[in-house]
Design a protein around this ligand. Sequence first.
Ligand code: FES
Ligand code: FES
Length: 163
Amino acid sequence: MAIHRITLTVNGEHEIVNVPSNMTLLRMLRETLALTGTKNGCSAGECGACTVLINGEPVNSCMVLAVECDGAEIVTVEGLAHDGQLDPLQDAIIAAAGVQCGFCTPGILVNSRALLDRVPDPSDEEIRTALVGNLCRCTGYVRIIEAVKDAAKLSKEAGHGSR
Ligand code: FES
Ligand code: FES
């Protein structure tokens, strides 16, 4: 198996990593960089638990080879908090009790962050559409959607866009 040396940015940190040709981005994040916040729910592009941002776009990291990410900028759930402050989405999902087992939560947070960066005041429909690929077996989604709306409102009141 060929090994490739790639350079990329993960949560603002410059990384140089040796990866086998068949290693997914999900495995590289979890096994090589020990960023275990990103979850493996299905390994098949079905559940969204492994969602990360690649150059600002939400992607199922189980469906991307690490070697394809040479030069990319990756953000995982660990990269949402800044300077010890949780992202408003993280505060809101806790406050709204939108977390039960928590397995889906990292993917939902990352995908919702991408939505709010694109659409600072999304409708229920826009939130549902954005999260259509993120499966949650516990919450029934209502509180998750409330949390995204609350985070949008908090960010607006704070007067600094989506974060
Ligand atoms: S683990 Fe990637 S979509 Fe389920
Ligand atoms: S909180 Fe359990 S799967 Fe979503």
